[in-house]
Ligand binder design. Structure first.
Ligand code: ADP
Length: 504
């Protein structure tokens, strides 16, 4: 791992592109406007903790204003009345515009979130563009069925948009999570109110401006930055929002679902936390296994709901695996995320930074063996060393709770049955992985593990065509592609008599 001296000070290093920040106000009914209260909040640079920009702070009154705009756009505007083909055309144009603004979007994402610029550019923007094109292509291919009924009637099912949908977005993949909800909701003909995370509001506002430029009608997409307990809670409890998508912590997911139930019983899709197991079997190629776990946990500074954070290693290869895993973790380059050689930027904010350091202290206090890392890096910003604990026991806090940071727990197992049982012994069920060259072992694991995504001999491979979502307290509902289109639509049954037809 690079030392702090290698990486600092580089806040304005030569490899950092420089764009001015154009959008900091609420986007309601096609216009950038101040909050009704006039309030703003500061969004901070995680490299330094310094202010990037003051952003308009929406609260319940602004959410209500945005919902009224979205309602009018749905009830009276063109968006839900256009053909799917016409909607798709606007969304394809939107994807083209996003692609044309890749550098600026990637710059804003890295500035606000701290993730490596090259990841923002080639990962996040790419995911946004591909996901949007995928759902744009579905817009004119949404169809129901006809049914043969038990009697002289004909039955049909018809997919219809819900109406006004709400989305509450997290800060770990701000653009990608924004589009994972906005793309399918719009393709299906809904209108929307979106609240980005308070840590990372900048790319959502930029994406709102591009939507307008692409020709999205005013009011169809409204973006209201603000805080969770105020703006977020106002979305969850709003009586005129018909469907809600939330990605974030399990704790807040429960609050949001309760508010949805107590208000107008709006359906919710929840994508929540995880504590995903990775099983390394003794027949695995050690170098491949080490590469997989290194990516599984340290990718995006460990700030992934799918992070592989419980690494179960078979006892016969445990020592050899740990030695290689530590060696690889030490080589990771931590530093300014705008530098191309940097793999790990800062954690998103001071709250997360402190929380992760507390988890590291709890690992030490509970008797886990600190094999590498464990400290903050540098004297400003929120950088943490890639950290690995060995000899971790299932009941330790670091093995049970979602850390959302670069802290890997390595646990030892003897038999596959034991590994499966322990892998499933968690409240979460978002993802899991196995590294083995034995297809029977891999198949047994994939069928036995209670998780929404299971990787064999790989990790963090996603696709806009694959269903994405959790089991257990990792949430419910599936996002991506057609699954997501359907989750943003109602299914109506229509019945008509069949007169004078001998054929039922
Ligand atoms: P994290 O712990 O990773 O920051 P959260 O679950 O707290 O994740 O936040 C995810 C999103 O949920 C953010 O947009 C945040 O503002 C929002 N949020 C937080 N608290 C609430 C709440 N009480 N009601 C609605 N949204 C909330």
């Amino acid at each position: 791992m690079a030392s702090a001296e290698n990486c600092f000070p580089v806040a304005n290093g030569p490899s950092q592109p420089n764009f001015t920040i154009k959008y900091t106000k609420l986007f309601i009914n096609g216009e950038f406007v101040d909050a009704i209260s006039g309030k703003t909040f500061e969004t901070l640079d995680p490299r330094t903790g310094e202010v990037i920009a003051a952003v308009a702070e929406g609260d319940a009154a602004d959410i209500d204003k945005a919902v009224r705009a979205a309602r009018q756009a749905f009830d009276e505007g063109p968006w839900p009345r256009m053909s799917g083909l016409a909607r798709g055309k606007v969304l394809f144009r939107y994807a083209d515009l996003i692609e044309q603004h890749t550098d600026e979007l990637a710059y804003l994402e890295t500035l606000d979130n701290g993730k490596p610029f090259l990841l923002s550019k080639y990962g996040d923007v790419d995911v946004v563009v591909k996901g949007l094109r995928n759902v744009a292509g579905w817009a004119d291919k949404i169809s129901g069925q006809t049914y043969k009924m038990d009697g002289p009637y004909q039955g049909m099912s018809l997919y219809e948009p819900y109406g006004v949908t709400g989305a509450i977005i997290p800060w770990n993949f701000p653009m990608a999570m924004f589009m994972m909800k906005v793309g399918p909701a719009l393709a299906a003909g809904n209108t929307m109110v979106v609240k980005p995370a308070e840590q990372t509001p900048l790319t959502a506002l930029y994406l709102a401006a591009l939507a307008k430029e692409a020709g999205l009608p005013d009011g169809a997409l409204n973006v209201v930055p603000g805080f969770g307990p105020t703006a977020g809670a106002a979305i969850a409890s709003h009586m005129d929002i018909n469907k809600l998508g939330f990605t974030g912590s399990t704790e807040v997911g429960k609050i949001v679902m309760e508010a949805a139930a107590k208000s107008n019983l709006k359906p919710v899709t929840l994508e929540l936390g995880g504590k995903s197991p990775v099983i390394i079997c003794e027949d695995a190629d050690l170098d491949v296994a080490v590469d997989i776990v290194n990516l599984a946990l340290f990718f995006n500074m460990g700030q992934c709901c799918t992070a592989g954070s419980r690494i179960f290693v078979q006892d016969t290869i445990y020592d050899a695996f740990v030695a290689k895993a530590v060696e690889k973790a030490k080589k990771r380059v931590v530093g300014d995320p705008f530098k191309p050689e940097v793999e790990d930027g800062p954690q998103v904010d001071e709250t997360q930074f402190k929380r992760i350091l507390e988890y590291i202290e709890s690992g030490k206090a509970e008797g886990a063996k600190l094999l590498t890392g464990g400290c903050a890096v540098g004297n400003k910003g929120y950088y943490i060393e890639p950290t690995i604990f060995g000899d971790v026991q299932d009941d330790m806090k670091i093995a049970r709770e979602e850390i959302f940071g670069p802290v890997m727990s390595v646990l030892k197992f003897k038999t596959l049955d034991e590994a499966i049982k322990r892998a499933n012994n968690t409240a979460y069920g978002l993802a899991a992985a196995i590294v083995s060259n034995d297809i029977d072992v891999a198949n047994r694991f994939t069928r036995s593990v209670r998780a929404g995504t299971v990787w064999i001999n790989c990790y963090h491979v996603y696709d806009h065509s694959l269903p994405f979502g959790g089991y257990k307290t990792s949430g419910f509902g599936r996002e991506q592609g057609l699954h997501s289109i359907h989750s943003h639509m109602q299914l109506k049954a229509i019945i008509t008599p069949l007169k004078d037809s001998p054929w039922l």
